[in-house]
Every structure is written in structure tokens, then in C-alpha cells.
Design a protein around this ligand. Structure first.
Ligand SMILES: [Zn+2]
Ligand SMILES: [Zn+2]
Length: 328
């Protein structure tokens, strides 16, 4: 399902095409895709809010089995259950890479943007960005871990919330419904601020202490907050609930403009920070946590050829948990 030209999700911008089977180059593996998650970033790419060289096969939450191994690859074998996420390449030599911040590498390339991704029967990926999947987790359940899970995990970390702390989630979609499982595992109280009734219900079912709208008052001050929906007005809404010294971590690759705020909203050493991409360490730690807790994804399945319907449902917020394409 390839993006030929960006357009609104309702206009079905992905097109079913036959392409030659991709072969792994040196340092790469081929993955027989079993499932691929549909991320909000795929929607931003399809609608042109995030640009990509075209045509491009989107999809960066790939779960499947290695079907071929390129020259020079060690540590991966045909048949291994693996996943690949948004990060596809870093140079390994810039000042961010050498200081443990490869997620900020200016030379980074991204799956389903700079190279073809997982809305396909086969894809290829650089071996160092391919991760073993937790045993006993199906490909459909593992796929959302690879971006929604990893970035939610990183956002939790950057929010600075401590075990037992009060944490606000603004928006409750694919990433939040995975992150709440980590937060609950750490004894955090989670307050879910989200528009839709179904998102609130899901949050409460998953152990949220409270669920309401973005401007509702849960009656307590939050130690930290993570915004998951790409709406700039959530940043002042989150700041309004934040205790002094707290952080709002913005989990978004693209967001509408953040409205101006009175200085008092951020005074008290409150911090607003974005979350960009993830490191290999984030991915390995999250996959380990997924096995240990265990994290269970609530999956809305779609056949591969219904990828446009999945994008539409992500756009309208009509997905309970994570949208995932079933490929084989
Ligand atoms: Zn770098
Ligand atoms: Zn993503």
C-alpha cells in the first residue's frame, strides 16, 4: 500500500501496487511482514504534514520474521521473529550519536519515510535497527510496541515522573494505552484527559485513577504530564494542572501551534519539552518491559489492503487502542 501523492485520509491516498520483492543490501535484513502498526505519523505523512520522498511505502511498526540476510550481518538469522521501528539509520559519529542521543542525529533516516516500510508483504531494514520480539507475543500485538510503545516509554522517562507519582495523559490513543501499563507497573496514578467517551472508558479499564476532558479539573496537581494528541492547546491545559517543578513532555512529531500563555503558567520551574524519535536503548528496554510486565496491546485489526480505512480511523480518533494491519 504505497503513498503516491499526499491527500486527506478520506481520499484514500495509499494505492495497492505490485512491486519487485525487495532484496537486503549489505548490512540489511529482509523481513516477511506479518503485521504493521498504523501510527499517527503515518497519517501525517499520508496527509503531507510530514514530508517524504515519493512514492513511498509507509509503516514503521513492523513485526515479522527474517526472510533473508544481507552480506556482513551477524546476530540475525532467517526465521527470527523481529521488529523494526521508525529509526532506520544514524551516522554513529556526530556529537549526538557519540553522547547517547542518537535519536537527535541530523543524518538520521526513518522507516516508511526515507526508505520503504511495512505496509507491504516484505520490507528491508538495517540489521542494527532490527530487534528481537518478546517470546509469546503475537506479531499483531508486538507491532504497536515498536513506535507507540517505544516513544511512549521515552516520553514517560523524559516527563521525569517517579514511581508512585501523579501523571497526566493528554489524549488516550495507541501510545498512551501502552504507556499507562508501564506507569501503573511503577505505581503511578494516571489521570487521562481525553475527548472521546471510548478513550475515557479504555483509560479507566486500564487502571486510570480519573478520566475527563482536557479542561476538566481532576482535583489534584500533577507531578508530570505527557501530551499524546497533536493539539497545541493541550500544552497550556497540561501546564494548568502541573505542580511546581513538573514537566510536560510532548509526544508528537507534528503539533498545531501552541497558544501563548501567561508566564505564571510556566513559572515555578515547570518544564515543557518535546520528545523526538528514540534510541536503540529505548527500544530494547521497552521490549524487555513488555515481556516482564507484560504489556498487552489492545489491537484494532485491518487487512493490509484496508490501510486507508485504518488511516481514516486514526484521523477521526475511532480506534480503541492501536490500529494494526494484518499482512499474513
Ligand atoms: Zn549522528
Ligand atoms: Zn510512529
Amino acid at each position: 500500500m504505497r503513498l503516491e501523492r499526499p491527500g486527506r485520509a478520506e481520499s484514500a491516498p495509499l494505492v495497492l501496487v505490485e512491486v519487485p520483492e525487495p532484496e537486503p543490501g549489505p548490512g540489511e535484513v529482509a523481513i516477511a511482514v506479518e503485521a504493521c502498526g498504523v501510527c499517527r505519523t503515518d497519517l501525517h505523512l499520508a496527509e503531507g504534514e510530514v514530508s517524504a520522498p515519493l512514492p513511498r511505502i509507509l509503516g514503521h511498526q513492523v513485526a515479522g520474521r527474517i526472510s533473508a540476510v544481507g552480506d556482513g550481518v551477524t546476530g540475525h538469522a532467517v526465521g527470527d521473529a523481529v521488529g523494526a521501528g521508525w529509526m532506520a539509520f544514524v551516522d554513529g559519529s556526530c556529537r549526538w550519536c557519540v553522547s547517547g542521543r542518537e535519536n537527535l542525529c541530523p543524518a538520521a533516516r526513518y522507516t516508511g519515510r526515507d526508505r520503504d516500510g511495512g505496509f507491504a508483504e516484505t520490507t528491508t531494514a538495517r540489521a542494527e535497527w532490527v530487534f528481537p520480539l518478546p517470546a509469546g507475543v503475537s506479531a499483531m500485538e508486538a507491532a504497536p510496541l515498536l513506535c507507540a510503545g517505544v516513544i511512549g516509554y521515552r516520553a514517560l522517562r523524559l516527563s521525569g515522573v517517579e514511581s508512585g507519582g501523579r501523571l497526566g495523559f493528554f489524549g488516550f490513543g495507541a501510545s498512551a494505552h501502552l504507556a499507562i501499563q508501564i506507569a501503573r507497573h511503577r505505581g503511578c496514578e494516571v489521570y487521562a484527559f481525553t475527548r472521546g467517551e471510548s478513550g475515557r472508558r479504555l483509560a479507566l479499564e486500564m487502571g486510570a485513577k480519573w478520566a475527563g476532558g482536557a479542561d476538566d479539573d481532576p482535583g489534584v496537581a500533577l507531578d508530570a504530564a505527557v501530551t499524546f494528541a497533536p493539539a497545541g492547546e493541550l500544552v497550556p491545559a497540561a501546564l494548568a494542572r502541573l505542580a511546581p517543578g513538573g514537566t510536560v513532555a510532548i509526544n508528537a512529531i507534528h503539533m498545531s501551534a501552541i497558544p501563548s500563555i501567561p508566564y505564571e503558567r510556566i513559572y515555578g520551574e515547570r518544564v515543557v519539552r518535546s520528545v523526538q524519535n528514540s534510541t536503540r536503548r529505548d527500544a530494547l528496554e521497552l521490549l524487555e518491559l513488555a515481556r516482564e510486565i507484560p504489556i498487552r496491546a489492545e489491537v484494532a485489526p485491518y487487512p493490509l489492503e484496508e490501510a486507508n480505512a485504518a488511516l481514516r480511523d486514526v484521523a477521526s480518533g475511532h480506534v480503541r487502542g492501536a490500529a494494526v494491519l494484518r499482512v499474513r
